[in-house]
Write a protein that binds this ligand. Structure first.
Ligand code: SF4
Length: 244
């Protein structure tokens, strides 16, 4: 799916015809407003000071916590302090350092190939083009969106596990929609492009603190409980039981 097919042009707006989409637009704006109040800061929890480092950290973050990645990359970047140095490292050398993040071999292989391609095809610089980012080994839509948003300040929807879970529960996308590209497409229609990147960071913060995956969500402590589909359907069920 080409990015140009998803991201509205400036001024094009995000509204679609149809009552359901209009309701979702309004819901999305209210969710954005409340999450901004609840989480004024919306920074990426991966620590980086250069774009190529974020590229590496994002690959390591698959099935690993950002906190662990932040620790592991300290040694990696000390030993290989630039794109050239990391491109010249062997996969085994990288794997030795990154294996605490899990999937050490495949992550090391992708990082090595990615750094070599950055060096050979992009002059050692991370490209600010979505399709060019997608061409890099180990970089999928989620990572490419994160780089576009965090590094280049461009519109981005990062459909990680928190974004997919919360969007479904809240009712921003169809219930049960799990495919990241389909969730991304659905969100592009209702989230103002300039809000997308920070909104997704806030979904991560909310997903960790309140709308958790491993336990039942803490709806009684949630700022969205009166507008959230999941919480409201629970309230409906409770009312029906009480009425019976
Ligand atoms: S009300 Fe419950 S399900 Fe809805 S976003 Fe909040 S914690 Fe998640």
């Amino acid at each position: 799916m080409k990015r140009s097919e998803l991201v509205p042009e400036p001024g094009e707006g995000t509204m679609e015809s149809g009552e359901e989409t209009m309701e979702r637009n309004e819901l999305a704006l209210e969710v954005i407003r409340r999450l901004k109040d609840a989480y004024p800061g919306a920074d990426c929890t991966l620590e980086y000071d250069q774009a190529w480092k974020l590229l590496v950290s994002v690959r390591l973050a698959a099935q690993c916590t950002d906190a662990r990645v932040n620790v592991v990359v300290k040694e990696l970047f000390e030993r290989f302090p630039g794109v050239d140095a990391l491109a010249q490292a062997s996969v085994e050398e990288i794997e030795q350092i990154v294996k605490p993040c899990g999937l050490g071999h495949s992550k090391a292989r992708d990082i090595s190939a990615c750094m070599r391609m950055l060096k050979e095809r992009f002059g050692g610089k991370v490209p600010d083009d979505f399709d060019a980012l997608l061409s890099l080994p180990g970089v999928g839509r989620k990572s490419a969106n994160l780089i576009m948003g965090d590094v280049f300040g461009k519109p981005a929807i990062v459909t990680d596990t928190h974004c997919i879970r919360l969007s479904g529960r809240i009712g921003l996308v169809d219930e049960g929609l799990k495919d990241p590209a389909k969730v991304e497409k659905a969100l592009w229609k209702i989230i103002p492009p300039e809000e997308g990147n920070d909104f997704c960071h806030r979904l991560v913060l909310h997903g960790r603190a309140v709308c958790t995956a491993r336990t039942a969500p803490y709806c009684d402590q949630c700022v969205l409980s009166d507008i959230c589909r999941y919480a409201q359907s629970g309230a409906d069920r409770h009312l029906q039981k009480t009425d019976a």
